[in-house]
Design a binder for this molecule. Structure first.
Ligand SMILES: Cc1cc2nc3c(=O)[nH]c(=O)nc-3n(C[C@H](O)[C@H](O)[C@H](O)COP(=O)(O)OP(=O)(O)OC[C@H]3O[C@@H](n4cnc5c(N)ncnc54)[C@H](O)[C@@H]3O)c2cc1C
Length: 497
């Protein structure tokens, strides 16, 4: 089996020396920094689950590519059944972590790379697909964690890349030689890459012939010369740094969804790791096929897991407060469940209606329409679920004293008296659950969920492209026995002549 133990995963990451900054300071060790540590912990869990007999059916798959069992996050779906398992894994990881499984974006990039390099080779005679397969074999055999990077700083959105004052607001090839390429530019908002073994880079948008230098996809280790990570820093980062004990925090072990700006300052990439270079007509396909798989994951699977966390806390608070028989609270909980199931069913429908893309390539992608619908739904459903949880949780979600008061001899008794709601639940539990809901409803997750995998307008644009109303029009024509219009009748008249 090509599976590492969690300890081997951590040891293997220690061999890498990425250049990382956070809060104006160098991060010397991702294992010791309390915020970067959360990413290590989240990815580590995926190694544990793959070896655990209880969860290995979710977290592993048999790869015909290397004839071995591999971690699901290094696998590429080859059937509808694989897509369903991919969806189930997305929910499982997110409901257990309460944050990203940081191998997810790389995993979705693999689907796009497999599909698009296969098509490119067939149509252009390039040799990118075998190169990608060799890379994927290496990733599977070594059981690597791979992050994925598409989003870029970009110049004015109304202008094309060549019109920007700074040509490096998008990743660009600046040199090609017999050994490989040199790239310059940056990617933004990239999840967990500093604690991954590898980073896969895809273009962010389609490109025209004169933008061929931006048409590039490749893989690199995160500590390649010229790569710098500048990590996000939020009030939650500061809170974690100041916490005496992680148990004081809303998501103790796994924390927030950690991202960074990644700068590529003349980074060399050898040809065997370059999967797209100059074939500008295909850049858009790399992006849309990535989005097709990632929107199912973000919309219909991982946010379902996040909602389970929110629903769990809301239900506990209902019980702590003795609100079990109150109709509007029960309605609010039922509404959360209905929203969750709507999102889950769209994600599963995207998987069930998935197909081989392109036919003959061997890779299965979720249904485009349902994947986009699932992400579109979740953008709004997630805010609604947070609002309902806020109503049930009450003001305490945002007015809660520090959990450190439970260890303060001068205030401990007050906490126990006033925060157990006069019931038999320890105040510590009540406070922790409110802290948990603070993490969900008063933090980073609303905007994070809206934008991760693209904001609403991106899904609406994609829906406009794929929706075809012929079926619906035909139904009405049949129902009403409508006569053919002049233009429809024309071909028939012509053929009679
Ligand atoms: C928690 C989190 C994790 C993420 N992880 C990753 C990751 O691992 N890898 C990765 O590649 N990306 C990642 N992202 C990035 C994510 O995909 C982007 O945030 C998302 O695509 C939106 O892009 P943006 O943030 O640049 O927002 P913008 O594109 O600036 O969007 C802001 C608004 O401007 C509108 N807009 C933007 N451009 C145009 C235009 N040309 N015309 C009209 N309207 C426009 C948008 O529709 C939106 O309404 C992550 C984001 C988050 C929040």
């Amino acid at each position: 089996m090509a599976l590492m133990t969690p300890e081997q995963f951590e040891d293997s990451l220690k061999l890498l020396k990425p250049r990382i900054f956070m809060d104006g300071k160098r991060v010397e060790s991702i294992f010791d920094n309390p915020n970067t540590r959360t990413v290590v912990e989240a990815n580590k869990a995926s190694y544990r689950w793959a070896l655990d007999p209880e969860t290995s059916h979710i977290m592993t798959a048999f790869s015909p590519l290397i004839n071995e069992t591999v971690n699901r996050y290094t696998y590429v779906s080859q059937s509808v059944d694989d897509l369903i398992k991919k969806a189930e894994a997305g929910t499982f990881t997110s409901e257990n972590l309460g944050t990203c499984i940081y191998r997810c974006v790389g995993y979705d990039c693999f689907h796009s790379l497999w599909s698009t390099t296969w098509e490119m080779d067939r149509e252009l005679g390039t040799s990118c697909h075998p190169r990608f397969l060799e890379y994927l074999k290496m990733v599977q055999t070594k059981d690597l964690s791979v992050a994925g990077a598409l989003t870029e700083p970009r110049g004015p959105r109304s202008d094309r890349a060549l019109e920007w004052n700074d040509p490096f607001l998008s990743v660009k090839v600046v040199e090609k030689n017999d050994k490989g390429i040199i790239v310059k530019g940056a990617k933004i908002n990239i999840s967990g890459a500093f604690a991954s073994h590898e980073l896969v880079v895809l273009p962010q948008s389609n490109h025209s012939a004169n933008e061929a230098d931006y048409a590039v996809a490749f893989a690199t280790p995160p500590d390649a010369e010229g790569i710098t990570f500048v990590c996000q820093y939020t009030p939650y980062s500061a809170e974690r740094e100041l916490a005496g004990d992680i148990e004081e925090l809303g998501n103790p072990l796994y924390g927030q969804r950690e991202t960074s700006l990644i700068i590529f300052d003349n980074v060399f990439v050898p040809w065997e790791r370059v999967f797209h270079c100059g074939e500008y007509q295909y850049s858009g396909k790399f992006v849309t096929r990535f989005a097709r798989t990632h929107r199912m994951t973000c919309g219909g699977t991982c946010k379902v897991g996040f909602m389970n966390q929110i629903i769990g806390s809301s239900k506990l608070i209902q019980e702590y407060k003795g609100l079990q028989e109150v109709p509007h609270i029960n309605e609010e909980l039922a509404e959360m469940v209905a929203l969750r199931e709507t999102c889950r069913s769209c994600g599963l429908a995207a998987a069930y209606k998935g197909s081989e893309e392109p036919v003959g390539s061997g890779v299965f992608l979720p249904d485009e329409l349902m994947g986009n619908v699932s992400k579109l739904n979740v953008c709004n459903a997630f805010w609604r679920v947070m609002a309902l949880a806020g109503d049930i949780g009450g003001g305490l979600i945002v007015t809660l004293p520090s959990l450190k008061e439970l260890n303060n001899p001068e205030t401990k008794a007050y906490m126990e008296q006033f925060y157990s709601f006069g019931g038999d639940e320890p105040a510590e539990n009540v406070m922790k659950v409110h802290k948990h809901l603070q993490n969900w409803t008063a933090g980073l997750h609303g905007v994070g969920t809206w934008h991760g995998a693209g904001p609403v307008q991106a899904q609406k644009i994609m829906l406009q492209r794929v929706i075809n109303y012929d079926h619906e029009k035909d139904l009405v024509k049949k129902t009403l026995n409508l006569k053919p219009s002049t233009s429809e009748a024309e071909p028939a008249r012509k053929s009679k002549k």
